[in-house]
Design a binder for this molecule. Structure first.
Ligand code: FAD
Length: 499
């Protein structure tokens, strides 16, 4: 196989670069080692569109987040992606020293061009957020922060790229880089070799490993773990804004935020770990987050009960704590997009634009003429929740699958799940369906709808239910057919197909 540009990694950065370059007459392949797009850090984060009020505007990530804020609204509109911006944030303090930090943060925000920031006294603070701990005394309001659904956003970018001709190869892991005469020649993958003129390394936590296949590197990607609580939608009205606890040396402060789908998300701590696959949550860390932040800010939020899930995200922090977006020093045609920790989700469009500039500078004889039939957007998926009663009725009359509710927690119909299986990047397992349409995202976390989604996937993909997986690879959901097999056969089959 041959291409002009090969992108390694199907997170928000790889997808944004694919979306950006798809405007031109270039052959582009994106390879992702997982079974779906958005399976790395891009799926587990705070889902905030940072305004940049609390970031050092002199860093690369500071410059890019401020730039991205100018374009992200239009981009989401073009792609039919939900975005709530402005929502605004309040940093909350309890002590005099917090107020001092807030004054500095406000100065920084003003320097970064954020307008409308305001220090709040105790009365103003509690008028704006009445459920806050009554002992909280100081607030810093900032109007520009937003929220987004990171899966919807990443999938939409990748779908638009596919519509415009980009090939997305899933389950395809880059194992080595081929170089000839100090110039990139291609990649070796578990599915065979791909020749290419340019490689974009957007491999997230593994970007250092990929970069080191090309030359000696002077950076390392260290995972930094952040754990979260996700609350049931019944707590949605406890807050209006994104709430930060006062910042510390290593963190912008922990957060309690509404999600775009109406839950409350709270976390996250920052814990350096060695293992890039360590996505475990721990009781110790969750207890600490709950005590130090969640219950401290909102005493009504419970430790358990309405917590519908907990999860971990891994920040890809680089040795110098800034984004590393630059060509390889000794090999032509290779570009690193590494160390993309927060605010990477927000900065993605500006990162993609910068990468385009670097690709052009490589002078690899690429055709940067504009695609004549380029499509700016994508057909949005049908979402019953967004339709009026009349629109739903008409839709169900036309196709009764939209009238069969499969996920009762989130009110997702069979028709919406079938659509997800047939999108430009198909959802082929339970988690992929969950990320596309929210079936299994609700209070029961798939306990009730899981078996029905298995049946739909089996039918639409024309595979046995035994072959349906939770998240690709060998994560089979069912282990054997009961009733049809003797126990012995069942046991043998279990060994053969279980995870
Ligand atoms: C706790 C936490 C909170 C955050 N909160 C926010 C926030 O509120 N707002 C914000 O703007 N940012 C936030 N971020 C940052 C943001 O999530 C990341 O910057 C962004 O998701 C990084 O995207 P990525 O594409 O670089 O990485 P990833 O999403 O990890 O994608 C990299 C992809 O590369 C693939 N890959 C790796 N090696 C190979 C290989 N050899 N072959 C093929 N594929 C490979 C991986 O499978 C993965 O899918 C947060 C991050 C964390 C961890």
């Amino acid at each position: 196989m041959k291409t002009d540009v090969l992108i390694i990694g199907g997170g928000v950065i790889g997808a944004s670069v694919a979306h950006q370059l798809a405007k031109y007459n270039l052959d582009i392949i994106l390879v992702e080692k997982a079974n779906d797009i958005c399976m790395g850090t891009s799926k587990a984060n705070s889902a905030m569109i940072h305004s940049g009020f609390n970031i050092d505007g002199g860093t690369l990530k500071g410059q890019l987040v401020l730039k991205a804020n100018k374009v992200i609204k239009q981009l989401c509109q073009d792609l039919n992606v939900g975005l709530v911006k402005p929502l605004g944030s309040i940093t909350v303090g309890f002590e005099e020293k917090d107020l001092e930090k807030m004054k500095k943060t406000m100065e920084n925000g003003i320097k970064n061009g954020i307008q409308g920031m305001k220090l709040l006294n105790q009365k103003e603070l509690h008028e704006m957020e009445p459920h806050l701990n009554p002992d909280s005394k100081y607030g810093l309001f900032e109007p520009e922060t937003g929220i987004i659904n990171p899966f919807e956003y990443t999938v939409a970018l990748a779908e638009n790229a596919v519509i415009n001709g980009v090939k997305v190869l899933l389950d395809t892991e880059v194992l080595d880089i081929m170089i000839e005469n100090k110039t990139v020649k291609g990649v070796k993958t578990n599915k065979g070799d791909i020749e290419t003129k340019v490689i974009i390394n957007a491999a997230g936590l593994y970007a250092d490993k990929i970069a080191a296949m090309v030359e000696n590197i002077d950076f390392e990607i260290k995972p930094r773990k952040g754990q979260y609580f996700l609350y049931d939608k019944k707590w949605r009205d406890i807050l209006t804004y994104t709430i930060y606890s006062a910042p510390t040396k290593v963190s912008k402060g922990m957060i309690v935020v509404p999600t775009i789908d109406g839950n409350i998300l709270a976390g996250s701590n920052a814990e350096a770990v060695d293992d890039k696959t360590d996505l475990k949550t721990t009781t110790q860390a969750l207890d600490q987050i709950y005590t130090s932040t969640i219950s401290h800010l909102f005493p009504e939020l419970p430790r358990m009960g309405d917590v519908i899930t907990t999860f971990t995200g891994l920040r890809a922090s680089s040795t110098n704590e800034d984004f590393i977006i630059e060509p390889a020093k000794t090999v032509k045609g290779f570009i690193n997009v590494a160390g993309i920790q927060s605010p990477g989700l927000t900065s993605a469009p500006a990162i993609a634009e910068m990468v385009e500039g670097l690709v052009r500078e490589q002078n690899m004889n690429l055709d940067f003429s504009a695609k004549v039939n380029y499509q700016k957007g994508r057909k949005p998926p049908i979402m019953l929740k967004d339709l009026s009663y009349q629109e739903r009725t008409a839709l169900i009359e036309e196709n009764p699958d939209y009238g069969e509710i499969v996920c009762r927690c989130e009110s997702i119909s069979k028709g919406e799940i079938i659509d997800a299986v047939h999108r430009p990047i198909p959802a082929t397992n339970l988690d992929a369906v969950k990320r596309r349409v929210r079936a299994g995202m609700g209070r029961c976390q798939g306990g009730f709808c899981g078996p029905k989604v298995v049946a739909i996937l089996s039918q639409e993909l024309v595979i046995s239910p035994l072959e349906v997986t939770q998240k690709g690879n060998k994560s089979f959901v069912l282990t054997a057919k009961n009733k049809e097999l003797s126990l012995d056969e069942g046991d043998r089959n279990y060994e053969k197909i279980s995870v």
